[in-house]
Design a protein around this ligand. Structure first.
Ligand code: NI
Length: 139
């Protein structure tokens, strides 16, 4: 099996605030990320695909096809959006990058098998800052 990783970028804003906790607890847990008016990040999304190399194309998956799929299922729903308000997935979910990674994986999963056949989704990584990277692997 060969793994192919493709990297994408999008910019979005969020505010980390959990309705299950008091204002003081939110402030203590999330720090600056709890500021009332939110803040933005330039996220880097890495999608890893695992599969056999196709004998005719010499590829695990068509890169153009993967790009179009990730754009349609993920990027256009998040890029230049306020995640708390514009992205329905976060109506009742704190838009931490842990949760964002799970939502991205779910969205990629929706139509995956009919689009990519034998190639499987292997890992999803979302980098929020130079110091924060979140990963779902062994999918
Ligand atoms: Ni943040």
């Amino acid at each position: 099996m060969t793994r192919l990783t493709r990297r994408y970028k999008f910019s979005a804003s969020h505010r980390l605030h959990s309705a299950a906790m008091s204002d003081e607890e939110n402030s203590e847990l999330y720090g600056k990320c709890n500021n009332p008016f939110g803040h933005g990040h330039n996220y880097v999304l890495e999608v890893t695909v695992r599969g056999p190399v196709n004998a005719e194309s010499g590829r695990v998956v068509g890169i153009g096809k993967l790009d179009a799929y990730v754009e349609r299922e993920v990027i256009r729903h998040f890029d230049h959006k306020d995640m708390n308000r514009d992205v329905p997935d976060f109506v009742d979910l704190v838009p931490t990058t842990e949760n964002l990674s799970v939502i991205v994986e779910k969205r990629l999963r929706r139509d995956w098998s009919s689009s990519f056949g034998t190639a499987s989704l292997d890992a999803v990584r979302v980098q929020e800052t130079k110091r924060n990277l979140f990963e779902l692997r062994d999918l």
